[in-house]
Design a protein around this ligand. Sequence first.
Ligand code: SF4
Length: 335
Amino acid sequence: MMSEHCAELEVKHLCKYFPAGRKKVLHAVDDVSFRIEKGQTLGIVGESGCGKTTCGKTSIGLLSRTSGEVLFRGVDIHSMSKQERFELTGHVQMVFQDPYASLDPHQLVYDIIAEGIRNHKRAKNREEEKQMVLELLDMVGLRPEHASRNVHEFSGGQRQRIGIARALSVDPDFLFCDEPVSALDVSIQAQIINLLIRLKKQRGLTMMFIAHDLSVVRHISDNIAVMYLGNMIEYSPAADLYKHPYHPYTEALLSAIPIADPDLAQQRKPIILEGDAPSPVDPPEGCGFCDRCSKRMNICRKKRPELREIENGHMVACHLYNEIEIKEEKKTNEV
Ligand code: SF4
């Protein structure tokens, strides 16, 4: 399965459509491409309904694709046999959004964590299995006595720690974290993110981390993709995105992040987006952000902007950064 020159995960022109009645089609993910190198984290951010979770689930094979390719270490996930899919679960695991719904309330914590160890035959005997479970509990900040308790005895943050231990029980290389902190109190969110950052470093994990808020992915991501209406509209090394967002939608998302410094906070004007995103059922021909964009031009309604690199590794899908289209726009305005 290994190939030296392959990215850990490479997604090429991925589309995921759902039937939406009367010959209509919901474009949940529309021509999305990205790579995640080994040991890196890609944060994917956007409003509810932008397609980020569908993109993530299709990228690890939890949902079938409509078209495009998803390569894990160079092998197309969607063309794998049943046995290869099972082997893939030993490499790729998921941390779920809702720590209350994603854990069986009738199981003991021990069994929840031991299940992956058993399925993948990682332990030689019961003693070794027990040792592994206790190590995993310790790794996520829980105590040995927690193993014999039921899930309902734990808080949301502790449940998410159990969910992370379960994901790590097969010793994966890749974690798909689907909004893992959005159901938790703000005070607990930072603890879980810090835990994931530590585990990433300790175990050399590669991650895809979904969130609806740019402040959540800031410290954990090496690169960040912003999604809107099923499209990737900006992709950048994380630090660059916060310093210099190009897309008007990313600017608006960043302006909504609270700033601790009261002087800086006073200087910054939040950008209030008007209206809602259009329906992903038969999306508009031009830029999907057109109706909410204060910088829109005539061309924006007619032509969908393509994702283009405008700085080292920083890509944006917006006509504002395409000189040819700006010239055409000026000509149209002069006529
Ligand atoms: Fe705004 Fe046009 Fe850029 Fe879309 S392409 S974000 S409408 S300027």
